[in-house]
Design a protein around this ligand. Structure first.
Ligand code: B12
Length: 311
């Protein structure tokens, strides 16, 4: 069975277990997936996320009631607690993020996922499970000396609350934290960060990693798509050669064509998120590491030595 089929199987088994509230079964599905070489990032983005969306849809369609939905969501949060304990974070980046849903938004699973992906990427993270009033949030991030506040908004009608929170954070005395906004409400990519009072908007959890690093000065200015593809190609090639793999080896391990890998390494291929995840998994690196541009060390943020080669 190839890796894509293993992930599909894990997703289906996990959805069933979570819906039934079968914690032990859900846990064994995830443990088995890890034994089969599925990465934590894949489990988050390709198993837990779609399972969670499916459960919520069943609830919205009236197929399951609120109690069943809450049980399933609780199982997913518990499984994320377990996965967090077994993940191997990258070397510390020396930066701190506060991640929170916007006030009034009860959807917190996506925010928790972003928090965990940042943890995996080497951030210190404070996750606030519920939206916090703007003044309290600002006071908290100042006290924690956070470098970044990541706001998660699922419902467009709550974007005004994102603006209020962002304004409160941006009114803090310097050096104030940067504000990154994401979540389903802005996933279309049409929102203007300035209008929403934020420093940046990221359309997906994967994009969040590169954007978060950029905002706190761990990377260069916003890259063009072509630059980003070239950096990624160089990082992939460097990781592949470090593992003494040929392009064909990487193609086999990731389930992609060799010609595709060649285009990627030359910065000529606009990869899908699925392809990034497959390649990251085959190379055993965090997806964010492949997306991150070369690290520029600043006075306040010393990057770790494991950031990969600069092109
Ligand atoms: C599960 C669910 C619920 C659960 C939430 C459980 C929980 N505690 O989180 C419950 C049942 C409680 C719920 C309640 C409601 N829900 Co609901 N819910 C969903 C559902 C099905 C899935 C949400 C989810 O968990 N997704 C999984 C996570 C992992 O995905 P995600 O949130 O998108 O996060 C990813 C990215 O967006 C990104 N991301 C997330 N945050 C951030 C932050 C940053 C900084 C970045 C960069 C990226 C990022 O990374 C994540 C991982 O990939 C969605 C529909 C859907 N298909 O998405 C509706 C949905 C969001 N809900 C909806 C509604 C209407 C409601 C209710 C108002 C219903 C009601 N009448 O009571 C209430 C909530 C009211 C409120 N004040 O919040 C609507 C929203 C409509 C709209 N306005 O756009 C949706 C779209 C369903 C629909 N089609 O009608 N819901």
């Amino acid at each position: 069975m190839n890796q894509a089929n293993r992930i599909t199987e894990a997703r289906e088994q996990y959805s069933r277990a979570a819906l039934l509230g079968e914690r032990a079964l859900a846990r064994s599905v995830l443990e088995q997936a890890i034994d089969r070489g599925i990465s934590h990032a894949d489990l988050y983005l390709q198993v837990l996320t779609p399972a969670q969306v499916r459960m919520g849809e069943l609830w919205h369609e009236g197929e399951i009631n609120t109690a069943q939905e809450h049980l399933a969501t609780t199982v997913t949060m518990e499984m994320m607690d377990l996965l967090r304990q077994t993940m191997a974070p990258r070397k510390s980046l020396g930066v701190r993020a506060v991640v929170t849903p916007v006030e009034g938004d009860q959807h917190y699973v996506g925010a928790r996922m972003v928090a965990d992906l940042l943890l995996m990427d080497g951030w210190e993270v404070d996750f606030l499970g519920n939206g916090t009033p703007a003044a309290d949030l600002a006071a908290f991030v100042q006290q924690r000396r956070a470098d970044l506040v990541a706001l998660s908004a699922t419902m467009p009608e709550l974007l005004l609350n994102a603006r209020v929170a962002a304004d409160a954070v941006r009114a803090l005395r310097p050096p104030r934290p940067k504000v990154l906004l994401g979540g389903a409400a802005v996933a279309g990519g049409d929102e203007d960060p300035e209008l929403l009072g934020c420093d940046a908007i990221a359309c997906s959890a994967i994009e969040a990693l590169a954007e978060a690093r950029r905002l706190v000065g761990l990377t260069a200015e916003r890259a063009t798509l072509q630059e980003q593809l070239e950096w990624m190609g160089q990082r992939i090639k460097a990781a592949r050669t470090r593992l003494r793999m040929t392009q064909l080896d990487l193609a086999d391990a990731s389930g992609l064509e060799r010609s595709y890998i060649s285009s990627v390494e030359h910065g000529r291929q606009n990869l899908t998120i699925g392809a990034v995840l497959k390649i990251a998994h085959a190379l055993d690196v965090a997806p964010g590491e492949l997306l991150a541009p070369p690290v520029q060390e600043s006075a306040s943020h010393q990057a770790g030595p494991d950031q990969g080669p600069s092109p």
